[in-house]
Design a protein around this ligand. Sequence first.
Ligand code: GLC
Length: 543
Amino acid sequence: MNMGSLRREPVWWRDETIYQIYPRSYQDCDADGVGDLPGILARLPYIAELGVDCFWLSPIFASPMDDFGYDVADYRSIDPLFGTMDDFDALLNAAHSHGLKLVLDFVPNHTSDRHEWFRESRGSRTNAKRNWYIWKDPAPDGGPPNNWISNFGGSAWEFDERTGQYYYHAFLASQPDLNWRNPEVRSAMFDVLRFWLDKGVDGFRVDVIWHLIKDAEFRDNPPNPEYRPGQPEIEKNLQVHSADQPEIHDLVAQMRDVIEEYDNRLMIGEIYLPLERMVRYYGESGESGVHLPFNFQLLQCQWEPKKIAGLVKEYEAALPEGGWPNWVLSNHDQPRIAARAGARQAGIAAMLLLTLRGTPTLYYGDEIGLAEVDIPPDRIQDPWARQEPDASFNRDKARTPMQWSSKENAGFSGTQPWLPLSQDWRERNVAQLDEQPGSLLRLYKRLLAFRKNEPALRDGAYREIHVGETMFAYERVLDKERLLVLLNFSDDPVAAPPLPDSYRGGTVVFSSEEVDNPPEQDAAAITLRPGAGVIVRGGENRS
Ligand code: GLC
């Protein structure tokens, strides 16, 4: 348990804010309807001005794009759709000149079936790379070796006529899983990390890290008694043997050792697991695991103060000694926050993300309140949605182009974008919202700037103060600094709850509502408007 603020050496990723960019959808510079690296380069001033410190890019490596880059055909080259290696080097340099860090997406669980390694591996049963992937004989009836299901639906085994065996793929059949029990695979993939670390990237987000090691005996997964029709097919079984195996932690420790060969680099793990299993990925004393196992709880929680306060409490209590917290509001695989919580709550969602204890990750487009964009059936791109059309969510809805201006195609591209814009793009875009007092974008900028100047928000201990049906209040305390965050989750005005003594006479130092020359407000007398939030300074430096 780790509720306090530990005295610690400064490490950049504890203080800074991470911004996820989905490169296909950020800025298109060569008018093919798909974003690219020169586009991101052109938008660096915006990213810096927004006030985030680090951005991570979903995969930009050579790929047939069956899963939009999460199917890598060459880990050491840039896909021509996104640009060239020179474009990448220019982006990395320019990011650093802007004071921004750049984190890449490392996709170690599987390659594309077009990767040279897999081409060799499938060549013959005796090929030197055969054991780099997971090949098994058919079951006695000729069917797949076990009952494992692909995350995108259907059997996770594909029969290969030429050699008469099945290979395993946790995702698409064109994404064969690497065999991470093979030391040659480890060594080759660790060299991939070094290739990018030598270039100076600031770290990696590691894709589906909990999947890397599978049961040594490939036993069947047990059925999920709670499965209901309509849920994704993968949920029919419990993933007891296909992921999160005990041996994974040694492998993560080895990967961390590679990262530690370099100074100041960050390793994030994508992990969808119940809390107590997820936090194991911090490793021993936070030394042998990933620095940040992504905390996706806000992605899956109902938007109610009691639920959210409850999960913050559980998360804080579950953190191991040395484990630094983090929070994620949206990503490219889940419905966006403005879709889940509603447009009127997007402001306090921003406040929550940027005032809870831990490193925040903000998803591009959330800062302009993008919600769920309608995708006409003939424009669906997401391979999962195509394979399981009845599943409730199509990931395209959270991957639509960034909206920059009211100009053609929202300033994203000179041609029709690969996914549609939101209906309201003429108003909902960076240029418009930047000019609009009280806009969500301006709130994000003010908040990010405020957070930078408040050590208590970055480093202070977290303490819950009040949780009701409509209001959630908590404080962040560092030495004599105290900040109280009050969030109104309802569509009605709500009076502040009775404040602790330490805030008596305290004043509002931040409000989600933007007012020129705000009057000095006594915290005890505040009424919060619907969906509004404030921060009150207490302690010895009240005003
Ligand atoms: C991760 C990615 C997702 C991708 C999958 C397979 O979950 O976030 O977009 O489809 O891995 O690589």
